[in-house]
Design a protein around this ligand. Structure first.
Ligand code: MN
Length: 250
């Protein structure tokens, strides 16, 4: 019997998230899992790495580790320290809620996959737009199908996949581009019981620009969106357009 592939599973909602449990439960049939996840919710942790305190990885069940750090810490510790064998795939999720458009720059779920990619391991981030039991089961079943394809075919260099599974009945799969979000009333300003002002980020209702071919458009049409993300953030057209600045600034 051929050796089963090793898969590192992580998330940003923490080790107790039902999304992590659904994902790990489903991926068991694909390979040998190691689950390494933050001890608490670290949503919107971005790609932060802990450098100024020691980190501990505690094995709470066979091959389930809890880390007092960020999603990025989990992947780094897993690959560079905890796991005896280098995983063949990193899967991050299932996030409880969408990771679309500009929001992915804040996302701990996506950042864990970014870290896998930086370490040269194919990586996938998966989010359920509607994190109900049904939504998580749908996303978990899709994660299995996608993991099998990625393990067989690999991914383009420096590229990870950001997957969003829509709320309703799934009507297909679309390879998409990043959408564009416009926040309304991003900051909510209120007064605390002692009369001092405080602010709450993300309190407003978000709206989206209606652009064709985007992740947002796909999920609103009931499709599973797969956005390939590239780690080279260079804007090549801009680099060309700004070439004249070299002499201007010399
Ligand atoms: Mn999250």
């Amino acid at each position: 019997m051929p050796k089963r592939p090793t898969i590192l599973v992580t998330n940003d909602d923490g080790i107790h998230s039902p999304g992590l449990k659904a994902l790990a439960g489903a991926l068991e049939e694909v390979g040998e899992l190691s689950v390494i996840a933050p001890d608490r919710e670290r949503s919107a942790a971005g790609h932060s790495l802990t450098l100024h305190k020691p980190l501990r990885a505690t094995e709470i069940a066979p091959r389930w580790y809890v880390v007092d750090g960020t999603p990025t810490d989990c992947v780094t510790l897993g690959v560079m320290g905890v796991l005896k064998e280098r995983p063949r795939l990193v899967v991050s999720g299932i996030n409880l809620g969408a990771n679309l458009g500009d929001d992915i720059t804040y996302s701990g779920t996506v950042s864990a996959a970014v870290e896998g990619t930086l370490l040269g391991i194919p990586a996938v981030a998966i989010s359920a737009v509607e994190p109900s039991e049904h939504g998580l089961a749908t996303a978990a079943a899709f994660a299995v199908r996608l993991a099998l394809v990625v393990l067989e075919r690999g991914l383009p260099r420096d590229t990870l996949l950001n997957v969003n599974v829509p709320a309703r009945e799934v009507r297909g799969v679309a390879v998409t581009r990043q959408g564009k979000r416009s926040y309304n009333e991003l900051i909510v300003e209120k007064m605390d019981p002692r009369g001092k002002t405080y602010y709450w980020i993300g309190g407003g209702e978000p709206t989206w620009e209606l652009l064709g071919g985007t992740d947002y458009e796909a999920v609103t049409e009931g499709k599973i969106s797969i956005t390939p993300l590239h780690l080279d953030l260079t804007n090549y057209a801009a680099a060309e357009a700004l070439k004249g600045w070299e002499t201007l600034l010399a």
